[in-house]
Design a protein around this ligand. Sequence first.
Ligand code: ATP
Length: 415
Amino acid sequence: MTLHCSCSVTPLSALSYSGNSNNPVANMGFFTSISRSRAPCTVWKLTARNFSVLSIHTGRMLPRKSLQVRSVASPSETVLGFEEMVSGTQRKYYMLGGKGGVGKTSCAASLAVKFANNGHPTIVVSTDPAHSLSDSFDQDLRGGTLVPVDGLDYPLFALEINPEKAREEFRSVSQKNGGTGVKDFMDSMGLGMLADQLGELKLGELLDTPPPGLDEAIAISKVMQFVESPEYSMFTRIVFDTAPTGHTLRLLSLPDFLDASIGKILKLRKKIASATSAIKSVFGQEETKQDASDKLEKLRERMIKVRELFRNADSTEFVIVTIPTVMAISESSRLSASLKKENVPVRRLIVNQVLPPSASDCKFCAMKRKDQLRALDMIQNDPELEGLKIIQAPLVDVEIRGVPALKFMAEMVWK
Ligand SMILES: Nc1ncnc2c1ncn2[C@@H]1O[C@H](COP(=O)(O)OP(=O)(O)OP(=O)(O)O)[C@@H](O)[C@H]1O
């Protein structure tokens, strides 16, 4: 870990500290100047965990206000290359996400190919409503179940979950109960008089017009069903090709929303059921209605698991994919900030479709590359993106399609 310190009362613009940043005091770390030529003898001793610093020269503490210290995860120190991703047989999940069209599917598919070729039985999953795994592998992988991918020596399976279909299953919970809204749903459970009280839970909205992200949440929860079943325990790497940024962000906050909505409604139902024997008998007689609430409870439990999975740094990593344009990088920065806020582990940023320096005197290429370099520069100065391992992948002159092309892409990206 590298810490950067800037101090307004010294001639130094930046100081660096290398050592155990978790406990710099015990480590007796020192800030030393990065630029020795600017301040040859300046050494700052760490005297407290809050990084107040003492000048060895003057023996005086530097005014706290003058100090700004921030930690910078130095990629080479904290994020290793593909060896780190491939090592170990414990199951790991990689989620690739970013703006539409930047190359999420190509990167996800190429990572899955590389995992498989390195001996990991792998599943690549698409939860993007507009699937493109089949196009990317140039094979028919539709069907909503695990389909083996041809052309590899080791097991690679693809799973395209149809979010619409998954949602229909969920919607049928309300329809089975003879209505479309929360009022009917509650009526069918013998709790019609309480429907008004539940207005603020927005469950009616949830059942009738699902919030954006629900499709994907249900799709991911279906994937969890698959991967948790013992017959699929052999798979040690699961790669997700997720929907574009907006969906991903909403998906992250959705489990909490669902947890609150469904959790509250089920709690209320239990409370009333135990208090009123008449209502109790309604539940007792109506098996399908019990089924409905069981289904909701199961969905809630799976949502909690999805939420935990997204946040588990030991098993999961979210890889942001972008391209070198101001718009894509700005969106990646927002995505990174939101993921950090939600405690989702992010360590790598793939900058795809970077133009290599042109040997010819193509003016368009030169202008385009200059434009890309400006965008790449933005990454260095973006506080939300700094610290991520930047992986640049060149724009190639053919479409990435089919297993051989994906193998080629994997060699460029996953090193
Ligand atoms: N480095 C690259 N060089 C050349 N073409 C590329 C590169 N990366 C991706 N492509 C091509 O760009 C197109 C879009 O890629 P891809 O489908 O992977 O993007 P995506 O982000 O998953 O898109 P969507 O958001 O629509 O799902 C594809 O035709 C793919 O072959």
